[in-house]
Design a protein around this ligand. Structure first.
Ligand code: FO1
Length: 333
């Protein structure tokens, strides 16, 4: 079976671990978010791609969920001793090697797709990991504080400000002129199932979908498309997705996020109050055939999509495998 998943960082990576365990023989392609990427000390850092690569390759820090296991921060301490920041972004010594290799390859002219492939040669994540684009797209967040209104890099808003300063806008800079990386559109079009893991719907999945062509490919693929809610009982399972949803005017609820993605209208389940025949035409612009929510959100309705309620906490691998199986159940694959 060919599985294609769009993924952000920690939540996406953990879900993908479940995909590989549930479907050991599947051919899995992961389209990773690069909007979180940042250049620091001259090094190009791709947090979400690295989190997927390290998690599936066995190198992730189990405690932090990002960066390397068995990590030291000697270089970061030396930079701090020189008064060189930013102090809010922790660069581990082992992790630095990845950024050095990546930056050297990018500077030599290799596209990011080739760089990711080279890094994955070492980590063997068991999936084909593709960046959403080889072009530079960076998520910036417009905030207003004592310094007035300004845009900061997503990582500064996320890590230094802990997303506590309200975002007036979240902008995937240069996404509108970016091209999907080689293989991305085919992976969506030729999949047997397309999965949207419980990643951040705004700054992870939303940024991937902002690359022209990707949203249409998901909308038009013949494969069933199933999403897993990152919101349980009105709260983000991890991270500060609520701050991102508020910024785009979407309520922090499993139903609201499902409606935000939208149903594709191919599902058998009609919207509340709608006759079944009309459901097919109800939401032509949406992405989802199926939307998996937690049992506490069992009443959720997404017009044009089948909603299934199952326990969604990825407490361990067995629980994650069960979630993946539920997603495949809605997909009918
Ligand atoms: N997250 C943190 O909470 N603090 C950090 O200092 C930090 C550093 C970091 C370095 C490399 C990397 O690949 C990821 C890192 N992350 C860190 C995670 C990252 O900032 C975000 O969680 C993601 O970008 C959101 O998906």
């Amino acid at each position: 079976m060919r599985v294609t998943a769009l993924a952000g960082g920690i939540g996406g990576a953990r879900f993908l671990r479940g995909v590989l365990a549930a479907l050991p023989d599947a051919d899995v392609t992961v389209i990773g978010n690069t909007g979180d990427d940042i250049t620091l000390h001259g090094l190009r850092i791709c947090p979400d791609l690295d989190t997927v690569m390290y998690t599936l390759g066995g190198g992730i820090s189990a405690e932090r969920g990002w960066g390397r296991e068995d990590e030291s921060f000697v270089v970061a301490e030396e930079l701090a001793a020189y008064g060189v920041g930013p102090a809010w972004f922790g660069l581990g010594d082992r992790d630095l090697a990845t950024h050095l290799v990546r930056t050297e390859m990018l500077d030599a002219g290799y596209p990011l797709t080739d760089v990711v492939r080279a890094l994955c040669d070492r980590w063997q994540p068991g999936v084909r990991l593709l960046p959403m684009t080889d072009d530079r797209v960076e998520t910036h967040v417009v905030i207003a504080d004592d310094d007035g209104q300004r845009a900061v890099h997503f990582q500064e808003w996320w890590l230094r400000l802990r997303a506590a300063v309200p975002a007036q806008a979240i902008v995937p800079l240069r996404a509108e002129t970016a091209k999907p990386a080689p293989g991305v559109l085919d992976a969506i079009g030729e999949a047997d199932v397309v999965l949207l893991p419980p990643s951040n719907p705004v700054v992870s999945i939303g940024t991937i979908l902002a690359v022209p062509g990707i949203r249409d490919a998901v909308r038009e693929t013949a494969a069933p498309v199933v999403g897993v809610s990152p919101i349980i009982g009105g709260a983000a399972v991890r991270g500060m997705a609520d701050a991102c949803l508020t910024a785009i005017g979407v309520e922090t609820s499993a139903q609201a996020v499902g409606v935000h993605y939208g149903g594709r209208g191919r599902a058998a389940v009609p919207a509340a109050g709608e006759p079944a025949a009309a459901a097919g035409a109800a939401a032509p612009a949406g992405l989802l055939d199926g939307w998996l929510v937690d049992t506490v959100d069992a009443g959720a309705v997404v017009p044009g999509a089948t909603v299934l309620a199952r326990p969604l906490l990825m407490t361990d691998l067995a629980a994650t495998v069960a979630i993946v199986r539920s997603a495949l159940e809605i997909a009918g694959v």
